[in-house]
Every structure is written in structure tokens, then in C-alpha cells.
Design a protein around this ligand. Sequence first.
Ligand SMILES: Nc1ncnc2c1ncn2[C@@H]1O[C@H](COP(=O)(O)OP(=O)(O)O)[C@@H](O)[C@H]1O
Ligand SMILES: [Mg+2]
Length: 254
Amino acid sequence: MQEPSLSTRDLTIRFGGHTAVNAVTCDFRPGELTVIVGPNGAGKTTYFNMISGQLSPSDGQVLKGGEDITSLSPSARAKKGVGRAFQLTNLFPRLSVIENIRLAVQAQSGDGRRFFKRVEALTELTDMAQHYLRATHLEAKADMQAALLPHGDQRKLEVALLMAMEPDIYMFDEPTAGMSLDHAPDVLNLIAEIKQDTTKTVLLVEHKMDVVRRLADRIIVLHNGELIADGDPGEVMSSQIVKDVYLGNAGEMA
Ligand SMILES: Nc1ncnc2c1ncn2[C@@H]1O[C@H](COP(=O)(O)OP(=O)(O)O)[C@@H](O)[C@H]1O
Ligand SMILES: [Mg+2]
């Protein structure tokens, strides 16, 4: 088995007297897409926030490729390849789609001014931007102002900006939330395409069971901040403990 690309060790956070995430120990590996499920308030987003650095844990560690990154800022973690999709952050609403992607590629390539001095580097920058434009199926919208994109295309652009960072960990927290049924498949297809690259590790919080069935290599279940199940999707979803959580929270899980 491959070495974990990302691990959490006894990861815990308390808000006042409430333990939102409780001693979660888990390894994630390249080529693996893990879906994280659990009722509302289970701690899924809080777990993501501690991995990406938006929240500091009360206890425990986050390891990236074996290195302890628990004390690093979100941007330092992003530089180390921990990539998290955020809605509309890093987006320049008045610039076009392709200009936004170019800026993301440029940011990834280091110092912008030095980079721009070389004509061949400029060509490479454009090529890379075109690559991510194609990868996210936004060619037809290349010159549209980002702010004017339909909702579903904005989500695709967010994925393009994330891809341009070249992370090896991709984190998506309910990427289809608030999307119409006809747009949801687009962003899910992108995630399926990212998953084809077996050097990438994908963490996905998603409620929709058809999505889970289609994309998951593995499911972990959080409940009251604790990891209560972890394994093969079919086995986890048919386990008694998950049925109990589902039945107990049927309305929220739907
Ligand atoms: N910044 C915060 N301050 C206080 N409580 C929080 C904070 N963030 C999350 N919580 C609490 O932590 C628990 C887990 O929330 P969350 O991670 O958002 O759950 P999920 O994403 O699984 O729906 C909830 O009880 C929530 O109210
Ligand atoms: Mg959440």
C-alpha cells in the first residue's frame, strides 16, 4: 500500500464545552477518493477547516506526506499541495474567465514579474491556462467576465483555479450544494476526471447518495465529531452503525 499523502492524528477541536471533532485519526492515499458523510453538525466542515488550516485544532496533528503541517497557515499549506475549493474566493469578478485562470497559473509559477520577462515562459503560461480552461470545459466562456458566468460555470471556474494550483490533495465540501440538478453533473464530472489522475488524493463531503455511489473509493462517516465507520462504500453504507445514523437523521441526510 502507498504511503499516506495526508493524515490526521487524534485531530480534535473544542468550542467552549462542545467537542466538534473528536480524536479523528485517518490516513488518505494518492489515487483514492474518499467521501465523508454524516448528519448536519457531525463535524465534516470543521474537520476540513483543520486540514486546510482555517481552524487550529485543540489537539492532534495534520500530516502532509509525513510532515507535520499543523502549525502552518492556510496559504503555507496550499503551497505544500493541500488544495481546497472555496466559493468565489481568489476570483477577480471583472476579469474574464481565461484571465482569472492565467492569474492562478502565474501565482503558482512563482514571482510574476520575473516569469513574464521570458517570452517562452509567457507562452507556457498561456498554454497552461488554456489547458485548465479545456479541462474544466469552459472554452466557450473564455472571454466572459467571471461575475457574469452562470452559477454552474462559476463552480467550474473555481475548480479550474484550484487545478491551476496543482495541489495533490483536493478537498470539496458539498460542491453541488445550491446547484440545480442540470448543473450538478458538470462539477461532479470534473471531480471524476481529477480522480483519474492517480497521484491525486480527493476528499469530498457529499450527501447525495448517487454521487457517493458513483465516485467513492472509500467512505468515512463522522457522527458527533467522531469517526464511526471507514471502508469500502458498499460495506460502510450497509453497516448497522450507518443505518442507525441515517435512520436517526433521515431528514438531514436526504
Ligand atoms: N466556529 C465555531 N464556533 C462554535 N461552534 C462551531 C464553529 N464551527 C462549527 N461549530 C460547531 O461544530 C459542530 C460541527 O459543525 P460542522 O463542522 O459545520 O458540521 P457539518 O459540516 O458536518 O455539518 C456543530 O455543532 C457546529 O455548530
Ligand atoms: Mg458542513
